[in-house]
Ligand binder design. Structure first.
Ligand code: SAM
Length: 373
């Protein structure tokens, strides 16, 4: 049973659900359906592992173990007891239960966690005829999610968020999540083979994600996933899946991807991240204010995540920076420019209406992605 095709769920930031759905279809998943905050699909363990390795835009991949409406703890206990845990776990695992409660009768995550754990252990006791579960083994992350009483019992197959590719071990002040950076690149007119420049690159996430795409590199190549330690994964052929996902890499193209920033400190991190991603030489970084930037190629795509000026004291300097971005675009008529910000006045200060706009979230912050072709 553990190896069979089952309903799965890819968590996505608001605004990225469509991108994640298209990506899952490209990876070859069936029954793909986007909904708010994520995408449902069907997969067996080998396929869900493939999604973990290949997804650039999703936050986590879950198996849906049970689903139903729960208004009382007894409802929740029954729902969790109905999962055949004995086919998923061998009893040595550390059962790590988390709960999220939104607009539901059951609003205490801590109590939902406790009830879930009790139901899980009681089922295992009954089915395995063992009484003691030392919980010292591999992490087995179960998530219970209640929204308007509708309850999903999920097994987190990714572990840490998929935005953790493994190359970023030090963060700058306002780094962009890798999944969002990859989405900004995918939603822009940039395609492998074109020049790309980030004029406010900070720790370099945007050009580094573009480099991974250019090489068709599996974003999860250098990290591990929770499901690799699950008992049922032993017979799922995950090593073969990993090998097949890393086979299709293209040779690096040098001289096309670059970033600049006026602050040398995040640039140090950008260079370090580049080395850790095994991409030294593929992206060049320069310490330069964008007001002095002059790009040598006639055509290309600039993508940036400038400061948003959320605090009033920073607003004026950020808006001056948006004016300077407008001037930068005017100096480079053959280049597209794409920028994400939460400031609704961006177009006014940039000096032009965007050709395309898209609502995205940077964490909890509602932003707009402006695309000037
Ligand atoms: C929100 S952060 C960018 C974070 C980046 N995307 C990352 O992944 O780390 C904004 C960046 O804009 C830079 N910046 C501000 N004013 C600038 C200017 N005039 N020229 C170039 N960079 C500037 C800041 O130094 C900061 O690193």
């Amino acid at each position: 049973m553990a190896q069979s095709v089952r309903p799965c769920y890819a968590a996505a930031a608001f605004g990225l659900e469509g991108l994640v759905a298209d990506e899952l279809k490209r990876i070859g998943m069936q029954d793909v359906r986007a909904e708010n905050g994520g995408v449902r699909f069907s997969a067996d363990p080998a396929d869900i592992f493939r999604c973990n390795l290949l997804s650039r835009f999703s936050d986590r991949m879950f198996m849906i173990l049970a689903e139903g409406d729960c208004r009382t703890f007894e409802d929740l206990f029954q729902l969790v007891s109905g999962v055949s845990w004995e086919t998923l776990a061998d009893g040595t695992e550390a059962f790590n239960i988390s709960a999220k409660c939104v607009r539901s009768q059951l609003m205490s995550p801590r109590d939902c966690q406790a009830v879930t754990k009790k139901a899980l252990l009681e089922r295992l006791k009954k089915k395995t005829r063992r009484n003691i579960f030392p919980e010292k083994g591999a992490d087995f992350p179960v998530q219970v999610s209640l929204r308007n009483d509708h309850t999903l019992v999920l097994l987190n197959t990714s572990g840490a968020s998929l935005s953790r590719r493994g190359y970023r071990t030090w963060n700058g002040e306002a780094p962009l999540r890798e999944t969002l950076a990859a989405a900004l690149v995918a939603l822009s007119p940039w395609r492998p083979g074109l020049p790309l420049h980030d004029p406010c690159c900070g720790t370099g996430t945007i050009p580094i994600e573009a480099a991974l795409m250019q090489q068709n590199r599996a974003p999860g190549r250098s990290r591990s996933f929770a499901m690799e330690s699950f008992a049922f994964s032993a017979s799922a052929g995950l090593e073969a899946v990993r090998r097949s996902c890393t086979k299709a890499e293209r040779a690096p193209q040098e001289g096309l991807l670059s970033g600049s920033d006026l602050d040398p400190e995040p640039l140090e991190l950008a260079r370090r991240h580049l080395r850790q991603a095994g991409l030294s030489g593929v992206v060049s970084f320069e310490c330069l204010p964008l007001q002095q930037l002059s790009l040598p190629q006639e055509r290309g795509v600039m993508i940036c995540n400038p400061p948003y000026g959320e605090r009033l004291e920073n607003q004026n300097s950020c808006r001056q920076l948006y004016r300077d971005l407008g001037l930068l675009k005017a100096r480079h008529p053959g280049w597209s420019l794409c920028a994400i910000t939460s400031d609704p006045a961006f177009e006014r200060f940039f000096g032009k209406r965007a050709d395309k706009k898209r609502r995205l979230y940077n964490g909890r912050l509602e932003c707009t992605y402006y695309i000037y072709r």
